[in-house]
Design a protein around this ligand. Structure first.
Ligand code: CP
Ligand code: NVA
Length: 307
């Protein structure tokens, strides 16, 4: 069973195959309307169930479009209006949804819930974000980086702000593709130690600094995310600690002149990033958001054993 709970479940070769497939499929339908099914309709007849225990715009819409473009259909459930929201167990939910759908995507809080769903499901399970990681986002990010003409091995990635779920998956990708991460994060908000150790063990340089300018120095890529993730308290002391890590035009000048800026979105303009960077010439955030569709298609094809 091909579950996609983290990037390592697929591994570097499979993620590379996803990127190649996404590039081909994206090019093949460049001028098509978004609802048209890919010529080979590789997932015709397949149903993707999606369960959301947290808000979503991109993951929800892009998975929905992705499965349709592959010829399949989707079933979207907000946990609050399902029996899961009234205490039906994850295991029983997994057993039942496996009878209705050919794959399940879930967005939730505790990563252990996704693992439990995968344990009891008899169809592939995809992690659409947990408090721990966000692997689908990073496949889209890698696609955006490759499209910008940058090779992944040896790439210098600067992260600014909170050491969160998105950073965990970026660090995991660094280990799989041989790039390096310099994270400018305040004391107390370091990234998950297991992801850091695993990437270092694969030979990637994962540096943590308290100095934002040091983090971006010479970087090929500058990445940030919200200072307060879903489910976290909007604590004033956290916001104050994050303030020196705001990505503004001045900070961007410390990176390479051809560096690009990424943000998984939603952005909190004026907090982690200013308008001039979000809307500036180095920003690739709208391509990154679009690439969620193309990346998700290749993740689905991999999960169904078609890649
Ligand atoms: N980047 C991302 O996952 O966006 P959503 O929360 O809108 O799905
Ligand atoms: N770190 C953010 C990502 C949102 C897509 C969160 O978990 O809320």
């Amino acid at each position: 069973m091909r579950h996609f709970l983290n990037l390592s479940d697929a591994g570097g070769d499979a993620v590379a195959a996803m990127l190649a497939d996404a590039i081909d499929r994206k090019a093949a339908r460049a001028t098509w309307p978004k609802g048209k099914v890919d010529a080979d309709a590789p997932l015709a007849g397949h149903v993707l169930a999606m369960v959301f225990e947290k808000n979503s715009t991109r993951t929800r819409a892009s998975f929905d479009i992705a499965i349709r473009q592959l010829g399949g259909t989707s079933m979207i459930m907000d946990a609050g209006v399902t029996q899961l929201g009234r205490g039906e167990t994850i295991a029983d939910t997994a057993r039942v949804l496996s009878r209705y759908a050919d794959a399940i995507m879930i967005r939730t809080d505790d990563h252990a819930k996704v693992e439990e769903l995968a344990e009891y499901a008899s169809v592939p399970v995809i992690n659409g974000l947990t408090d721990l990681s966000h692997p689908c986002q990073i496949v889209a990010d890698l696609l955006t980086i490759v499209e910008s003409g940058k090779a992944l091995p040896g790439l210098e990635l600067a992260w600014l702000g909170d050491g969160n779920n998105v950073l965990s998956s970026l660090i995991e990708a660094a280990g799989l593709f041989g790039f390096h991460v310099r994270a400018g994060v305040p004391q107390g908000y370091d990234p998950d130690a297991d992801f850091v150790e695993a990437a270092r063990a694969k030979g990637s340089r994962i540096d943590i600094t308290r100095d934002a300018r040091e983090a971006v120095a010479g970087a090929d890529l500058v990445v940030t995310d919200t200072w307060v993730s879903m489910g976290q308290d909007h604590a004033h002391n956290k916001i104050a600690a994050m303030a020196p890590y705001q990505v503004d035009e001045r900070l961007m000048t410390g990176a390479k002149s051809d560096a690009i800026f990424l943000h998984c979105l939603p952005a909190h303009r004026g907090d982690e990033v200013v308008d001039a960077v979000m809307d500036g010439p180095q920003s690739r955030v709208w391509d990154e958001a679009e690439n969620r569709v193309h990346a998700q298609k290749s993740i689905l094809l991999w999960a169904f054993g078609k890649l």
